[in-house]
Write a protein that binds this ligand. Structure first.
Ligand SMILES: [Mn+2]
Length: 293
């Protein structure tokens, strides 16, 4: 499979660091918007985040290096038949499988959360002993929602049906009775509520690490953040995590686990501040990956 460069690229870095052959990190924009239930605009997010990334500072202020020197390429969005979620998911799965197979680090920019199912299926074709760390205000454990089993509200339930060792969800502050019963009935999913985490972050950061296997996929639903920081998400919920809460968790996990891929989903591409914060978060994911490698 050969990849083509997207018409705008993540980060305003020198061309030689955006070369697909040489780059160690590959950005995959997936403007999926099919099953959103409240606010819309996830289809605009990848391009708006990429546009915002061109204003990023290249130097990482806490790790003291320039992550872009490892190479960050941005490939063209996979093409799928509009309105056909399954066609999107199968394209993304193939792309992620190929990136990981080439020994590179994929960062998928959604789009709605549904894309995570394809990301993990793609990674699973290269790795076993995989666990998932999901940052989300919502449990996303419904078996079916709005007559679709591939709704954004069902994504973690579908992931739980794959061959993953464990799933840790952090930041939860909205779930149904059915989801609450489900999460309490299975052994390999641990849900950490936002309020519990915020009362004792240090305890939970150690706990999160201990729940994960060696290889980890990280999915960040931007609604994990408090809406005072990131207002432009599909389903905003009060009482969320702040910047350094998420950064501290990432630092711990990247330092001790082999993170094999990430996605950042559910942002609406309608607010420039939210887009810039998301671009910075993506650059941090790349920074941690290469710093601890
Ligand atoms: Mn969510």
């Amino acid at each position: 499979m050969s990849f083509y460069t997207h018409y705008i690229t993540f980060g305003d870095f020198p061309e030689e660091y955006k070369d697909i052959e040489k780059a160690k990190a590959i950005i995959v924009p997936v403007p999926l918007e099919e099953t959103g239930t409240y606010l819309s605009g996830t289809r605009f997010a990848p391009d708006e985040i990429i546009l915002a990334s061109r204003a990023l500072e290249w130097f990482d202020e806490s790790l003291d290096f320039e992550p872009f020197r490892k190479g960050i390429a941005t490939i063209a969005s996979p093409l799928w038949e509009r309105g056909n979620v399954m066609s999107c998911l199968s394209q993304v799965e193939e792309v992620v499988k190929e990136i990981v197979n080439q020994g590179k680090f994929p960062i998928i920019i959604g789009g709605e959360h549904t894309v995570t199912i394809a990301d993990i299926k793609g990674v699973l074709q290269n790795y076993d002993n995989l666990s998932c760390l999901i940052f989300d205000a919502h449990a996303d454990l419904r078996n079916i929602y709005d007559r679709s089993s591939f709704s954004h509200a069902c994504v973690t339930r579908r992931i739980a049906e794959l061959d993953v060792e464990s799933i840790v969800e952090v930041g939860i502050r909205s779930l149904s009775l059915e989801e609450n019963e489900y999460i309490n009935s299975v052994d390999n999913i641990r849900g950490i509520k936002a309020r519990d985490f915020l009362r004792d972050p240090k305890f939970f950061i150690d706990h999160i690490s201990s729940m994960l296997s060696d290889n980890v996929f990280i999915s960040i639903d931007m609604d994990v953040f408090d809406p005072s920081l990131v207002p432009a998400v599909g389903t905003p919920e009060p009482g969320g995590l702040l910047w350094y809460n998420v950064i501290d968790i990432l630092e711990e996990v990247f330092a001790h686990k082999n993170v094999v891929g990430c996605d950042v989903v559910e942002l609406l591409g309608i607010n420039k501040t939210s887009c810039f914060i998301t671009a910075k978060l993506i650059y941090k994911l790349i920074a941690y990956k290469f710093f601890y490698e």
